[in-house]
Design a protein around this ligand. Sequence first.
Ligand code: BGC
Length: 426
Amino acid sequence: MTELIFPDGFLWGTATSAHQVEGGNSNSDWWEWERRPGSPCRDQSGAAIDHYNLYANDIALLADLGFNAYRFSVEWARIEPTEGAFDQAQLDHYVDVVEQCRKRNLVPMVTLYHFSLPVWVAAKGGWLSDETPKLFERYVRTVVEAFGDLVDWYCPINEPGVVSFGGYMGALGFPPGLHGVANWNAASKRLIDAHCRARAAIKAIRPSAKVGLANSMQEWDSNAGGKPIIEYARRQAEDIFLEAAGEDDFIGVQTYSRTRIDLPRPVGWLTRAALAIGPIERAVVETTVKRQTGNDPTFDNRSGIRRTQMGYEYRPEAVAATVRRVAEMLPGKPIVVTEHGVATSDDAERIEFITRGLASLHPLIGQGIPLLGYVHWSAFDNFEWVLGYAMQFGLIGVDRETQERKPRPSASFLGEIARTNRLRAD
Ligand code: BGC
């Protein structure tokens, strides 16, 4: 039995996002998206797990379990329900969420946009509109002024690469349901602009705050044939955002799995350029979408692979690969794992996932990579976007009839690691 000891002050947290847990987020594009005819969503978010009302108890529960940080998101659609009209009662609500965290000695880590836009922003074109980054900046300024010195950690935008790929490239079934590389690139550009504007606004109001990109990243793997696609996909989905985050105070790494793409022969750069809207993006889309549904993806048809409820390869160590990659691209930049988790009905698999993930991360600290914290997705079972309530990511299960919280063994397991700042590993 060995003990892996983490640095003093290491952040141990869990994460949620507003639309996935609060319930009643009826002024958002996702709420509409869930209800429109032919919606790809399996469920409607509805009351979710009523975190909007139960947050104080939820935060107390997380603190009692042993955590010292809580990452959650503020909902733009609640704060600015119509253009330019900021709702003071909603700002007060989120100030109280932050205060509850502080009262319970949880460091609040605030995400300012986690996939859901106010309907009026979506109606203007969402992330295809040049106005959206500016509107986002104004909303961010309002929230950060309201929080004042209560918040030290901000992630302006959750997974910009997932937003543009999922909603504008046509993968994942996210709103607004657009397709094509041109839309994908245009949305990514606006999201980068919004991130940079938000960072500047936050730093202007609160210079000591730490602002970081929350980047969705995977471990990528391929045969020789798949390599050019991997490089293209990784650049589009991850690297362009990291390149824009050079001035960030930290990078949030969010990793769930490994993607392998095998192709019979390499697709060369010239061929790819000639097929500007063709097999390359189709490959990227198919890989991701089929991973989501659990079917064998065309380009990831390895059999006998252990998979999660999401259809992802069960690969806890992917998180170390992505942290290493950030350290290579941005040497010396502080890193926080802001999401890592697994959808499973077997909580023992979650305990194994946490153990193996942390065991893979620990040596990186010894190698000098400034890893400051580990935040697990998710605190609770919640609304998993298009896949709805069937996915079980939570350390804590929830009976949605009664809204009773049911901590799983993995919650005490990770809470104990947090409390002691160490992992006992065989
Ligand atoms: C997102 C979460 C999501 C999780 C699990 C991340 O991409 O930030 O909203 O629930 O992955 O799929």
